[in-house]
Design a protein around this ligand. Sequence first.
Ligand SMILES: NC(=O)c1ccc[n+]([C@@H]2O[C@H](COP(=O)([O-])OP(=O)(O)OC[C@H]3O[C@@H](n4cnc5c(N)ncnc54)[C@H](O)[C@@H]3O)[C@@H](O)[C@H]2O)c1
Ligand SMILES: [Zn+2]
Ligand SMILES: [Zn+2]
Length: 380
Amino acid sequence: MSSTAGQVIKCRAAVAWEAGKPLVIEEVEVAPPQANEVRVKILFTSLCHTDVYFWEAKGQTPLFPRIFGHEAGGIVESVGEGVTDLKPGDHVLPVFTGECKECRHCKSEESNMCDLLRINTDRGVMLSDGKTRFSKNGQPIYHFVGTSTFSEYTVIHVGCLAKINPAAPLDKVCLLSCGISTGLGATLNVAKPKKGQSVAVFGLGAVGLAAAEGARIAGASRIIGVDLNSSHFEQAKKFGVTEFVNPKDHDKPVQQVLAEMTDGGVDRAVECTGSIQAMISAFECVHDGWGVAVLVGVPNKDDSFMTHPMNLLNERTLKGTFFGNYKPRTDIPDVVEKYMNKELELDKFITHAVTFSEINKAFEYMLHGKSIRCIIRMDA
Ligand SMILES: NC(=O)c1ccc[n+]([C@@H]2O[C@H](COP(=O)([O-])OP(=O)(O)OC[C@H]3O[C@@H](n4cnc5c(N)ncnc54)[C@H](O)[C@@H]3O)[C@@H](O)[C@H]2O)c1
Ligand SMILES: [Zn+2]
Ligand SMILES: [Zn+2]
């Protein structure tokens, strides 16, 4: 047992006091884990668009003060009652969506949409007692997607922690906590291209580049990157993207451009933009008879998908995926192994690194589109 087990821990956390205002490094109190909870020492975390989106709080009811952060790697400090799967010292990746292993979804081989621990961006408290484990001078500080990794210590439901190989470097594999697994799984688990097939990837941000990495691993012969921002093309070459299309360079719909490039359509398309137009194009650019399109991007609230039903009757398949269809506890340890045996490349996603005290710089890099991923070191 660690010497801090059962005690309140005082540590540094980056607190968002108000929407859109720089985070402030504060000393906070982190309560011990309750039943089915685990307290984790975070060693590395990185910033994802979802943190920025909820920090800006433009589209949702604001919930502040809050500790953001959901892509991270850490070590178990102590466990609450009833936790048998994890013990102090285990290396873990927190995941914003969980796996209780008991519900219909967890028991189904086909789903990772756990009834109990599915992502809930509105909840700022722990499930068991509706309270926060963070406070400062008695004032509660809200959690974010059950992970709140912008803190040296955090409390997480055991179902939202993947136990991984302790030999895996946490400063790299922390990326598998969210965006990279999402794009990778969208290709490998859902689009499932066969060796030698063509894959179009719409959107060349971190998620799209991870989808391209999946296509490279699957042995795709052509990986066609589609983005409205041509400045992403150079960087995407490192991810195996072989050809580029900017819809703005053409006066016909991009699905037609792709069909002409590929003798009737690509075999697989993975949409990673959040743009409804790109979603429709991604579906309509796949080959009839066998083409599969996978939607990953999160659309705007009022969007609706429109296509002629004939496009489906002509034997095209449209699918959507959440966290790349990976079950966090069951599957993420194996994705870490893919990195360990050099099948999966992660280092190329890391464009920046900052110390915890410089965390606001990571926001700047992302807001200005400079970074794919920026690693934040908690001990510095
Ligand atoms: N389904 C899930 O589980 C899941 C998980 C994480 C992220 N996401 C979503 O995935 C999407 C991508 O995330 P990201 O972090 O890579 O975002 P990002 O903003 O870094 O990248 C999106 C890219 O799409 C491009 N783009 C926008 N509209 C386009 C269009 N009409 N045609 C072609 N390209 C276009 C942009 O120029 C940009 O390069 C987001 O919508 C995000 O919310 C989904
Ligand atoms: Zn994320
Ligand atoms: Zn479940």
